[in-house]
Design a protein around this ligand. Structure first.
Ligand code: U2F
Length: 563
């Protein structure tokens, strides 16, 4: 039985010391202790004494190991990325507060000793018992485990969770398919269940959304902040001088400077970075609490197009700023942009922070075309005049993160025997009901095919998407979210038949867009390889059959009945 914890001092010891990255993470954890404790109390109340199993958990932060080069730690105080460290600090806190048994490793040696690999045995050929129910790591750590766990790796990889900032789509994850169809990258092809990859933002529902937290304000703080805002103060997003070199910045800054005083937190050594214009008040890289203080005074937080999808915009919005960012047209992706090249995803990014744009939006987030001076100037003028309340989506609060991680730990099991219904199989009685307007399928509450499924099968709603539409988008069109774990239930002739799709014939093949209907030839296709079920992906040739589900307000990872 797991018991909630509110004192984090033992966690701080477990986190080790020495590296700047660990120092940054520990400071953050310490600062957030009271928020975590309060969140634990609230979640405990919400769950009302429901039994929670205590798991033994290993957290191996691969990118911080010397063996993987650890390029991040030396850059912590020099404007390098901090988003990953924010997330790992919060994952550790969530696991600890939820009451699980925790070990943390940031070197190969510690990893080996925790896994019980005999010293000097680089690659242990025998399968040994694994003393952990769950292992959280990243792609670097995964590689290290594969090298050092021998046969155990194959046996226990279902217990691994991979923290993967930008996500891994199923087409890139399936080794044979990726190799045959041009989806092979440096990172993908691990043949894991795609839900074992956990992302920083809810990019594709094919992966699990892990997230992180942003500091929450109480009502008094919110009122104080609203009263203390300097209406003409803007802070530019970015710790590295290079972002000021991005195309077209001069024009942008000259417009902005007409209305607002511009501040920055760009790292510099001794001299002011030449990229930052003289009229900008540069504070240098600030410690996290001081950065938050600056955001509390500012009215506007401005994205210059990079970094992509970091924590700072959420912090700015939580502190009552408006976030202004540029629309990307054409969208950035691994096909056309250096930063995304080689990442195991084809996702198209339509702005610097798509989550802020689509999950938060106006009045907190403005996404405009920076090349259109009139649109930009009009936006700035309106923003200066509008009062905006601090806002933090529930899924980014401590309670929201605890709730989600709790649900994953209690319900996600990738070691269980593979799911129901092989392709084409039929339940004795059809488990589907056609919705009254005949547009989509529902799952009969009393259907017996998927007892104990999580999310529960009765939250399934299935649509035949328009040609060229990905399931991710098709579900959003109906105010729902794509749920890949429902694909196996849907992968049947029965589903097509109930939806009255005119299949002339039905084939079962490996293709990450299946199940789908090809209008040309009136053929229906079922998925042959369960690992390739994918919410992401589209082709104008197909109308995809898409499993959708509802979600809890402010917690897109969980369906209404998922707790
Ligand atoms: C993202 O990484 P970044 O580290 O560039 O993300 P940011 O959004 O800038 O913020 C990370 C943290 O840095 C803090 C701030 C954020 O929590 O409070 N900070 C600070 O302490 N002092 C300052 O002066 C300014 C900010 C993303 F998270 C990564 O996944 C990507 O790899 C990276 C590149 O796209 O972008």
């Amino acid at each position: 039985q797991a018991v909630f914890r509110s004192n984090l001092s033992h966690l701080l010891e477990l986190m080790g010391s020495g590296k700047e990255s660990l120092i940054f993470m520990k400071k953050r954890t310490k600062r957030l202790t009271a928020q975590w404790a309060l969140a634990a109390q609230r979640l405990a109340q919400k769950l009302g004494g429901a039994r929670r199993d205590q798991k033994q958990v290993l957290v191996h932060i691969g990118f911080l190991t010397e063996e993987s080069g650890d390029v991040f730690s030396p850059r912590v105080l020099k404007g390098g990325p901090l988003g990953e460290m924010v997330q790992w600090a919060d994952i550790l806190a969530a696991l600890y507060v939820l009451g699980h048994g925790l070990r943390v490793t940031v070197s190969l040696k510690e990893l080996q000793s925790n896994l019980g690999v005999p010293p000097g045995r680089g690659n242990c050929p025998l399968t040994m018992p694994l003393p952990f129910d769950l292992i959280y790591t990243d792609y670097h750590g995964l590689q290290q485990m594969k090298q050092h766990m021998g046969l155990s790796f194959k046996k226990y990889r279902c217990r691994i969770r991979v923290i993967d900032t930008f996500g891994t789509e199923p087409a890139y994850n399936h080794e044979e398919y990726a190799t045959l169809h041009g989806y092979r990258t440096n990172w993908g092809y691990w043949n894991l269940n795609p839900k074992q990859f956990m992302t920083m933002f809810p990019h594709t529902p094919d992966n699990s959304f892990m997230g992180f937290v942003s500091e929450e304000l109480n009502e008094t703080e919110k009122q104080l902040i609203k009263g203390g805002k300097a209406s003409n103060m803007a802070v530019v997003y970015g710790k590295e001088a290079s972002i000021w070199k991005l195309q077209g910045k001069e024009k942008f800054l000259s417009i902005l400077n007409k209305y607002m005083e511009i501040h920055g937190t760009v790292y510099y050594e001794s001299q002011r970075p030449p990229e930052v214009p003289a009229f900008v008040k540069n504070h240098g890289l600030l410690p996290q609490p001081e950065f938050q203080q600056l955001l509390r005074k500012a009215k506007l937080f401005i994205g210059f197009g990079f970094p992509y999808e970091g924590p700072a915009p959420l912090e700015a919005i939580a502190n009552g700023c408006v976030f202004l960012q540029s629309r990307f047209s054409p969208p950035h992706s691994s096909l056309n942009h250096e930063f995304f090249r080689g990442k195991p995803t084809s996702r198209e990014v339509f702005s610097q922070h798509p989550y802020a744009e689509s999950f938060i939006g106006k009045p907190h987030v403005w996404t405009v075309d920076y090349n259109n001076s009139e649109e930009l100037e009009a936006a700035i003028k309106t923003i200066v005049r509008t009062q905006v309340d601090p806002y933090l989506p529930y899924e980014y609060t401590c309670e929201g993160m605890l709730e989600r991680v709790h649900a994953y730990i209690q319900h996600q099991d990738f070691c269980a025997a593979p799911g129901p219904a092989p392709p084409g199989a039929r339940a004795p009685e059809s488990p589907f009901i056609l919705a009254p307007n005949a547009t989509h399928l529902k799952w009969a509450r009393n259907a017996s095919l998927a007892p104990g499924a999580w999310p529960p099968a009765h939250s399934l709603r299935a649509w035949l998407a328009a040609a060229g539409r990905a399931c991710t988008d098709a579900c959003l069109d109906h105010g729902l979210i794509c749920e890949p774990s429902f694909f196996p239930f849907l992968n049947s002739q029965d589903a097509f038949r109930t939806l009255q799709v005119p299949c002339d014939g039905t084939e079962s093949e490996m293709n990450h867009l299946y199940p789908a209907f090809a209008q040309l030839g009136q053929e229906c296709f079922l998925q042959k390889e369960p690992l390739l079920f994918s919410c992401a992906g589209s082709s104008s040739k197909y109308r995809r059959l898409c499993p959708c589900r509802d979600f809890r307000k402010g917690q897109v990872a969980l369906c209404q009945d998922c707790l």
